[in-house]
Design a protein around this ligand. Structure first.
Ligand SMILES: Cc1ncc(COP(=O)(O)O)c(C=O)c1O
Length: 447
């Protein structure tokens, strides 16, 4: 930890003795910080004062190559010089002036920018939020407000957040849902998880039986659908890209039902897959797009972009901290950097390199059943062995543990048995090679 950072901590907590003993900090956290998603058995305490690009450090000064980008948040890596300089230039600007209550130039410009990169000729509006779940929640409320329909279609697996309404759509792990009541009426369809096709089809034999099944579910469950909510690449559920032909059928179904499509791009959007929005790979236009994570350049920020008017009147929906000028300007700077630095193209090229390297590792490993992804949103699925392809969360845990604690490669799980690679969009070819080398070693020692 940097010296001036230690001094600041002592100033704020005068009785503090600073220790670099990570076990001690983990124990202290265990006492007072609620459990969230990641196992405290694996991940060391991160030094909050150091890091650059895709590199992060633990309290002891060990350096890690981070291919998670803070779960797809740091699209430009840590302390990207452009954003850092920009942050300094705007450090005196007003904060705590929520864009929702008053019109502000930065918010207006950002809304114009976001609508201009969003597909479709329909007139659009933007509602700004402070998280991904709230962005999806806002789109759901917008659809209900305008259509007076309250039934939604969502998929399995799917992750759309953990707030009241969005948790009803989420079906990623039972642990996220058990004993929380359902806030919305949801008709569930099977996600096109082709590696584990519930209809036992392969690419050549597939007739999109999953769409037929969904049609039946709607026929029995109610056709008054407010919206079909989908992730073009199922993220938390295992980084599963839907096949291109699936999107056209979903659009057809939505049109038949006179319903909307909400594309949840919280993780996959803003250039991660090599296009601004991952649904563009499917060649269809959704009515709504939800974004967050990368949008705020590291600050909590999200947005629902949808047909005008999003809400039928004042006070139908709002959020105290939405679209403050500071974060709106930072967001504009992130979008401009993605464009000016050619990061959509970089995501496509580095993504191809990553998939090629992971496929080579798969060839010499018996525990990688599948390699998949689009752009810089890739995954491997860990299995007991390649003949049965049985999910193997224990082996996955061992691979992640090896990667983080022996190879100093910071990776995360996704779904029941997968490991995800979602590095910053500006990752270099050399850094991808380092990640592949480290990952290969981490996999090799797990039998
Ligand atoms: C696809 C998707 N939707 C929604 C969310 C919820 O976002 P947040 O945690 O910011 O509420 C996430 C978070 O990982 C996500 O990946």
């Amino acid at each position: 930890m940097k010296r001036d950072a230690e001094e600041l901590l002592k100033e704020l907590c005068p009785d503090l003795t600073i220790t670099k003993n990570m076990k001690e900090w983990v124990q202290r956290a265990e006492q007072v910080v609620a459990k969230t998603t990641q196992s405290r058995d694996i991940f060391p305490v991160v030094d909050h004062t150091q890091g650059e690009g895709p590199w992060i450090y633990d309290l002891k000064g060990n350096q890690y190559l981070d291919v998670t980008a803070g779960v797809a948040v740091r699209a430009l890596g840590i302390r990207n010089p452009v954003v850092k300089d920009f942050e300094q230039r705007i450090s005196d600007y007003l904060r705590q002036v929520p864009g929702h209550d008053f019109d502000l130039i930065p918010q207006i410009l950002l809304a114009e920018r976001l609508t201009s990169i969003t597909p479709g000729d329909h007139a659009k509006e933007v509602f700004f939020t402070t998280s991904g779940g709230r962005a999806v929640e806002s789109a759901l409320k917008s659809v209900m407000d305008n259509s007076h329909r309250f039934r939604f279609v969502a998929f399995r697996p799917a992750f759309h957040g953990r707030t009241g309404y969005t948790l009803a759509l989420t079906a990623s792990k039972h642990i996220q849902k058990n004993f929380f009541p359902q806030g919305l009426d949801v008709i569930r369809g099977p996600y096109p998880y082709c590696f584990r096709c519930p209809f036992k089809q392969e690419e050549k034999t597939c007739n999109l039986e999953c769409i037929d099944y969904l049609r039946d579910s709607i026929e029995y469950g109610g056709t008054d659908i407010a919206a079909i909510v989908l992730e073009p690449i199922c993220g938390e559920g295992g980084i599963i890209p839907a096949p291109v032909k699936w999107f056209k059928e979903i659009r057809k179904l939505a049109d038949e039902l006179d319903t909307k499509i909400i594309s949840d791009e919280i993780q996959a959007g803003l250039g991660r897959t090599g296009k601004w929005w991952s649904i563009e790979h499917g060649g269809i236009v959704p009515e709504y797009i939800c974004t967050a994570k990368a949008l705020g350049g590291g600050f909590p920020f999200g947005a629902a972009i949808g047909p005008k008017p999003l809400f039928t009147d004042y006070s139908r929906h709002s959020e105290t901290f939405g679209a403050e000028p500071y974060v709106s300007l930072l967001s504009l700077s992130v979008l401009r950097t993605i464009e000016s630095d050619g990061l959509l193209d970089n995501a496509t090229k580095r993504g191809r390199q990553l998939i090629k390297g992971l496929t080579e590792i798969q060839e010499s490993s018996n525990i990688i059943g599948d390699v998949r992804g689009r752009g810089l949103m890739c995954a491997v699925e860990i299995v007991t062995d390649k003949t049965t392809n049985t999910y193997d969360p224990k082996k996955r845990h061992a691979v992640i543990n090896n990667a983080v604690n022996k190879q100093r490669l910071w990776i995360l799980g996704a779904g029941r048995s997968s490991i995800r690679f979602i590095p910053p969009l500006n990752i270099t070819a050399e850094q991808i090679d380092i990640a592949l080398e480290r990952f290969g070693k981490a996999v090799k020692s797990v039998k």
